[in-house]
Each structure stands twice: as C-alpha cells, then as structure tokens.
Ligand binder design. Sequence first.
Ligand SMILES: *[C@@H]1O[C@H](CO)[C@@H](O)[C@H](O)[C@H]1NC(C)=O
Ligand SMILES: *[C@@H]1O[C@H](CO)[C@@H](O)[C@H](O)[C@H]1NC(C)=O
Ligand SMILES: *[C@@H]1O[C@H](CO)[C@@H](O)[C@H](O)[C@H]1NC(C)=O
Ligand SMILES: *[C@@H]1O[C@H](CO)[C@@H](O)[C@H](O)[C@H]1NC(C)=O
Ligand SMILES: *[C@@H]1O[C@H](CO)[C@@H](O)[C@H](O)[C@H]1NC(C)=O
Ligand SMILES: [Ca+2]
Length: 527
Amino acid sequence: MLYLVALLLHCLPLAMGQYDICKSWVTTDDGPSWEFYACQPKAMRMKEYVTVRVDPAGITCGDPPERFCTHENPYLCSDECDASNPDLAHPPKLMFDSEDEGLATYWQSVTWRRYPEPLLANITLSWNKSIELTDDIVITFEYGRPTIMMLEKSLDNGRTWHPYQYYADDCMEAFSMPARRVRDLSTTSANRVLCTEEYSRWAGSKKEKTVRFEVRDRFAIFAGPDLKNMDNLYTRLESAKGLKDFFTVTDLRMRLLRPALGGTYVQRENLYKYFYAVSNIEVTGRCKCNLHANLCTFKEGSLQCECEHNTTGQDCGKCKKNFRSRSWRAGSYLPLPNGSPNACAAAGSAFGNCECYGHSNRCSYIDFLNVVTCVSCKHNTRGQHCQHCRLGFYRNSSAELDDENVCIECNCNQIGSMHDRCNETGYCECKEGATGPKCDDCLPNYYWRQGCFPNVCDDELLLCQNGGTCYQNQRCVCPVGFKGVLCQQSRCEADKKDCDGAPGVRGSLSTFLLGVLALQLRGWVDL
Ligand SMILES: *[C@@H]1O[C@H](CO)[C@@H](O)[C@H](O)[C@H]1NC(C)=O
Ligand SMILES: *[C@@H]1O[C@H](CO)[C@@H](O)[C@H](O)[C@H]1NC(C)=O
Ligand SMILES: *[C@@H]1O[C@H](CO)[C@@H](O)[C@H](O)[C@H]1NC(C)=O
Ligand SMILES: *[C@@H]1O[C@H](CO)[C@@H](O)[C@H](O)[C@H]1NC(C)=O
Ligand SMILES: *[C@@H]1O[C@H](CO)[C@@H](O)[C@H](O)[C@H]1NC(C)=O
Ligand SMILES: [Ca+2]
C-alpha cells in the first residue's frame, strides 16, 4: 500500500502535465523526503494584467466628436465617435475587456483627415514582468486591418526595443524586405524576424479581422504540427542560443503605419473611412520564473513569481539570503521528463561552512591551513568567502555582498595618484599638488601638465612684473628688455652691452642694419 502511494506521488509530475510542480514528498529506501523538479507557472491570458499606452496624444477619436464611415458603406457617414458619451466613446481599455456575444467593443483612432500626412499610432503594452509567450498573439481589427504595421518587443521594461515582425500588403515596398511565411522557416531560422503579407491584404473587413504573431507555428518547427512532441521543443529551448529569449517579452508595441484602404487607392474626397479600430489583443503566456516557480500572482500592480527552490526576486533570478553557497542558476527542462531544479543551496551544505556569496562555484580545502576557501572569486572579489574587493576596487555601499556590482573600480588617475588603490569610499591617494577623489585635479596654486606642478605665475601673488603676461600659470611672457621668471629683471642690469644708448628701438634698429649688412656681404641683397 505504502509502495503504491509512493509510486503515485512519484508519477504525479507526469500525470499533472509537464513541469507543473516544483517538489513532491517521496518515499525512498532511506525514508520519506522531498524531491525537487524544474517547474513553471501555467499559461494565462496576459491581457488581464497589462498596462496600455496609446501614442501620440490625441490619436483616440472623439475629442472633439467626429463622424466616420466604413468601407462597406462609404457614403453613409452616420457613425459618430464622442469621447464624452460612454455609448459612443472608444477608449484604449476596450481592447482588453472580455468580448461577450454580441457587438464588439473597440478602441478607435481619429480618421485620416490630415492625409497625405501619415496616420500613425503606437499601442504599447507593458507588464513590468518577463513573460514567455506560449501561444499566438492575436490582434483583432474592426473595419479592416492596417495595410502596414509593425510589431516590436522589449525585454527590459521598455528601455530598448527590437523589431518582432513586419506586416504589409507589399513587404518590398513598405520595408524593402522579401515576404516570408513563418510556416516556411526551418529549425535554424525559427527565431528570424520577418515580414509577412498574410495579414495585410484587403479581404473585406468582416471576413479577415485578425493579425497574428505566430508562436505556435514557430513551436511546431520543433514539436510537430499539433505540438505533440513538446519534449523536442523543450530540449531545443534549452540548447539553442537565443531561442528562449525570442519568445520572452516585458513589453510589446504595435506601430500602426497605414490604415486599411478597402482594396483600392486612397480616395481623397472621403477620408472619413480611413482609421484604426482594435477590438481585442490576446496575449497568451506564462510568467518567466526561471523554472523555479509554478505559481505567479498579481500583487501590488505587478505579476510576481512565487519562488521555490530557495530562490527569490520577481523572476526567481537569485538565491535567497543564506542560500548562496553556489552561484544562482536557472532550472533546466533537461533531463526529460522532470528537468533539473538547480536549487539554491544553504550555506554550510557543501564543504562544511563555505559561503562564497555567489561569486564562486567552487571551494577547495587547503591542507596546511586546514581551511576551506572559495576558488576563483568572480566580480572582482577576493578572500576566503569572496567577501573582499580585489586591489584597485572598493566596496559598493549600496550593494549587498552577493551583488554582482559589489566591487567598484577605483579608477585612480595614473599620473596624479600614488598607486591604483583607494580607500573604502573610493578616494585615491594623491601625489603632491593633486586632489579630487581620483586625483585628476590640481590644488589651488598648482597647474596640470602631466601631473600637478606649482604655479610659476598667477593673477594674485605671483604677478608677472614690468608688463609681462602670465601664460597658463607656467611662465611669464616678458616684454623686450626684461627677463627673469617674473620679468623682474631689466636686461640692462643683467647684460651691460644691451644698454648702449636708449634700450629698445635703437638697439633693434642697429641689429636690423647689421643683419642687412651681413646679407649684402654674402651678395643676397642689393641695396
Ligand atoms: C512609435 O514608437 C517609435 C519607437 O518604437 C517612435 O520612434 C515613434 O515616433 C512612435 N510613433 C508615434 C506616433 O508616437
Ligand atoms: C515593477 O515591479 C517591481 C517588482 O515587483 C516593483 O517594485 C515596481 O514598483 C514595479 N514598477 C511599476 C512601474 O509598476
Ligand atoms: C530550502 O530551504 C529549506 C530550509 O529553509 C529546506 O527545508 C528546503 O529543502 C530547501 N529547498 C530546496 C529546494 O533546497
Ligand atoms: C552599486 O550597486 C548598485 C546595486 O546593485 C548598482 O545599481 C550600482 O550601479 C552600483 N554602483 C556602481 C558604481 O557600480
Ligand atoms: C577616504 O578618503 C577621503 C579623502 O581623504 C576621506 O574624506 C574619507 O573619509 C576616507 N574614507 C574612509 C572610509 O576612510
Ligand atoms: Ca473589446
């Protein structure tokens, strides 16, 4: 009986579907204990957790109220959009409400009355959480799909954006890209960004309403047409570089570049039938929890993984305090079927008590000292527990000991400082005359020239005399007849032969005449 229970428990992860549970209580020959598995949350309808932003300001119709027509009935422009009337308003939130039977609710843009200026709109969806797509993104357009649009994605909460897919009725003309279909991609090109013409041609606004980003077709490249061979997909996601990230997003942006034209050219006499109207955006995916959680909950306005395996963070991206005896690792889908949990381990579980704060994966026992020490500390750390900063680095006071940024480079100025080291607040030790945290400045009364040197002259105490001017605190430029560091000395006093008659003009005139004479003697000048 007990054996049967154990067997049942052991089979649970398979019975419940792959990677659904993080741990189970199993009975082995050594008695009952926990067993851990790679695990991930269920896929959800992500539109319920999204924040939306529509750009530019004023692109939503109804302020002021506006009439519009449809391609089916272009001369009966009786429809009206009015933002102040709930029955006639079309705000962005109507792209995410639940579509019950009956009339579709939708966001709608202003009409293309400014033609030929392009009618552009951005719809940006943000989750403030990494999400792994598990099914197609499906955007439903009422009154016709755009003839040109683009899908972009971000992986870093909107700081950087990348193209995800291009859509046009003529890819070459719109984007200078050949038209391709996802179905024609191969195992090596499954994460290619392409332009498709499948969703942009006019087919009647009632008939073809959706624009897709085909996640299933890309999965099918590995898992087969009905996604029966998920094991193969999981193996590929684990091993093919960049493949997992390709399906991961924190934000999506639809850039609507040209509205539906009804299968013909733009008719300038009736611009009220050109606009965008989106009734639904379906995004299906699961929280990315690095295979360390099987639950993801909506808390304080954001999705959060309920981390297991002694991990923590929004994506279970690091080890909990006191569980950092080795570096954090994501769980793995492999080996099949239960994967590897790659759980964080408590300090003290390996080699006695050797915590390395996540800067090293290895400890080593040093025989003659009888200590266990971390080996090859990373992130510019050093020490038995990688708890110190390497020489030339100092401790980042706003980072915990296990943070990758825990040590900051001193960056001492090579010329101005005594050496590469700095104190605990990042101050370098300066040579005479140098100052500043990095010793790249000079003290007052010093000037910088490959190091700091005391001023020779300045505008206060070390004034150049007799009308001399101070050049960059380095030397006085003296007028004729004076010399010395501060031009304090008359040439007359220093050198008697400069003093015949009046100094200056006559002296230089006689020098000139002597010069001319010399040249004449050599036959170069005719007087
Ligand atoms: C839409 O977003 C792109 C960046 O992805 C930006 O360059 C463009 O100006 C935006 N368009 C509008 C109409 O806000
Ligand atoms: C994003 O999520 C993080 C972590 O849950 C939270 O601290 C932050 O306030 C959220 N930011 C926004 C803009 O909601
Ligand atoms: C996490 O730590 C707890 C002790 O707080 C331990 O009982 C549990 O087995 C650990 N889990 C894993 C996956 O290592
Ligand atoms: C100090 O650590 C914090 C937290 O990780 C990090 O945001 C910051 O960039 C670090 N400072 C420097 C100068 O590296
Ligand atoms: C580091 O040096 C600077 C400049 O000499 C000094 O102000 C600071 O107090 C020093 N910090 C420590 C922790 O010694
Ligand atoms: Ca709707």
